[in-house]
Design a protein around this ligand. Structure first.
Ligand SMILES: NC(=O)C1=CN([C@@H]2O[C@H](COP(=O)(O)OP(=O)(O)OC[C@H]3O[C@@H](n4cnc5c(N)ncnc54)[C@H](OP(=O)(O)O)[C@@H]3O)[C@@H](O)[C@H]2O)[C@@H](O)CC1
Ligand SMILES: [K+]
Length: 499
């Protein structure tokens, strides 16, 4: 499991390292050295390295990197930006040491000075790191635009200047790096869009800073790796289909069948013993053909009976509700019955959430372990928050909403966020645009229900791992096809790698 820290947590970690007795210049030396090492590893042309330095400690890292390069026999050119009065103590120290080295130092005060970048064969961006706290303007913004037009590798120190460490939002302008060398741990802004596009390849380097133990839980994000799948219980060799639990999928509607197919098949591929699909009678023939492994329980729109649904709910260990359910009268009756009577661990997706958004009187804290899997549009309707606001503050909004609602959120986006009430928050970095295709969410809902069947007491683990697996399926499918041509049903073929 990897950990990402936001800017405040990074500062806390830096301070704790210094309190432990590691002086700031030592940390900076390690940071700068690791940047130089990563650059040399890639065998970039170092005949004219240019370093852009801001006023804070990120600038200090840049100045130290320039000095290390000069010690190695290169001839760096250092461009200093901002008011010298504002230099941090570490920046001043690094400039002082640099002054006795064979490096060209240029103070940039006007646009024309930026021409000094023209001959760069490698550019090191040390304008701003985690201390950026407002939009870039003036010469800073000009410098960023200028650099983004250069044709040489750009290496960002800690984070591309202009990218918000916590949200990945571009603050006015941001350096487009080919490589970002970041220290201690990942920062959310390096993985969230659009920051991730500006960061390029991200390398995390240890420099002797530990992750603090007493961090505010919202400042620390978890990131699932393949090795974390080991938390899933081993499959019982002597088990029967009952051992591997029964999932009821309350999915599909008279006009929609595909969502019921994709979610049921995904649950089966994830290792569920039995799946029953509760759906409209219109779907009987296609579902019998597409998923012959699943049991079917069909209802008629004209003679819908609550008892049949209650019996099916009673049969199940886990319930998935919402994929392609529709938002009509019968769907509403189905959802009400589910909410009034369910006590089993459940996953609520798509139209179950759309119905809740339309009928807010149905919203209440569930007394069963519950995962909801909204995409950004569904989340926007459910929380009555604009899509723009969600895009910029997904982590904080989702974690707060999980606390308030008592359900585990799996908020699907280009980077999915999983949050449990008053607990951990996960940021998923697996996946690609192959997942942005119709039906992909139904596959995810099915995987989530399938994993919940394996760990019914741990909805957070089920949600975090399913987001990871779904992402990996997207990556693997795109390797065999292309991101553009992957269809949701293709994803089903890759679940087996993780089950
Ligand atoms: N501490 C340690 O031990 C270690 C720290 N390390 C390194 O330090 C970095 C963090 O350093 P930091 O905290 O000094 O912040 P940093 O990103 O340099 O920026 C602050 C400066 O920018 C300015 N400023 C901000 N926004 C601005 C804007 N829009 N436009 C214009 N100015 C703006 C702000 O000025 P002000 O806004 O106060 O006027 C201030 O002068 C971290 O990312 C890592 O690289 C590593 O060496 C490991 C050890
Ligand atoms: K930077």
């Amino acid at each position: 499991m990897r950990v990402f820290l936001d800017a405040a947590a990074c500062k806390q970690a830096d301070e704790e390292a210094m309190q432990r007795g590691i002086p700031s210049p030592v940390l900076m030396e390690r940071a700068a050295y690791s940047v130089v090492e990563e650059i040399r590893k890639r065998e970039f042309d170092l005949s004219c390295p240019v370093v852009l330095c801001g006023t804070g400690n990120n600038g200090g890292d840049g100045a130290a990197a320039a000095r290390i390069l000069s010690e190695m026999g290169y001839r760096p050119r250092v461009l200093l930006f901002g008011d010298p009065e504002k230099y941090s103590d570490q920046m001043k120290l690094q400039l002082h040491i640099l002054s006795s080295c064979p490096a060209e130092v240029i103070r940039c005060s006007k646009e024309e000075d930026l021409k000094a970048c023209d001959s760069a064969t490698v550019l090191i961006d040390a304008l701003f790191g985690i201390g950026l706290h407002r939009d870039l303007t003036g010469l800073f913004a000009e410098a960023v635009r200028y650099v983004n037009h250069l044709d040489c590798p750009v290496i960002a120190v800690d984070i591309p200047s202009g990218v918000n460490t916590d949200t990945g939002v571009v603050c006015g302008a941001a350096i487009k790096a080919s490589l970002t060398v970041t220290f201690t741990c990942g920062k959310p802004g390096l993985f969230l869009f659009p920051g991730t596009v500006y960061a390029g390849e991200v390398v995390i380097r240890e420099i002797g800073i530990r992750i603090p133990e007493n961090l505010d839980r919202r400042r620390k994000l978890y990131n699932v790796e393949e090795s974390d799948l080991c938390v899933l219980p081993e499959r019982d060799e002597s088990g029967n289909k009952g051992t591997f639990r029964k999932v009821l999928c309350i999915t599909g509607s008279p006009d929609i069948c595909g969502a019921a197919f994709l979610s049921a098949k995904a649950a089966l591929r994830t290792g569920v013993g039995m799946v029953k699909i509760y759906t409209s009678e219109n779907n009987r023939i296609p579902l019998n053909t597409l998923v012959p492994e699943a049991l079917l329980s069909v209802y008629s729109e004209k003679q819908w009976e609550e008892d049949q649904l209650l019996r099916d709910m009673d049969w199940a260990d886990i319930i998935l509700v919402g994929c392609g359910l529709g938002t009509g009268k019968t769907a509403l009756k189905i959802l009400k019955t589910f909410l009034d009577h369910n006590h089993k661990p459940a996953v609520m997706d798509a139209d179950a959430l759309n119905l809740l958004a339309e009928h807010r009187e149905l919203m209440r804290q569930p007394d069963f372990p519950c995962i909801i899997t909204p995409h950004i549009g569904e989340l926007s309707r459910l929380l009555e928050v604009s899509v723009q606001d969600l895009k910029e503050n997904l982590i904080s909004i989702v974690s707060r909403s999980a606390d308030e609602s008592g359900v585990v959120f799996l908020a699907k986006d280009a980077r999915s966020v999983v949050a449990e009430p008053n607990g951990r928050v996960y940021l998923t970095t697996s996946g690609n645009s192959a997942l942005a295709t119709a039906g992909s969410g139904d596959v995810l809902a099915g995987i989530t229900a399938g994993l919940l069947a394996r760990v019914p007491e741990h909805p957070l683990a089920a949600a975090a791992l399913s987001a990871f697996i779904h992402g990996r399926c997207g990556t693997l499918a795109a390797e065999d096809r292309s991101e553009a041509s992957v269809n949701a049903a293709d994803l089903l073929d890759y679940i087996q790698r993780f089950s």
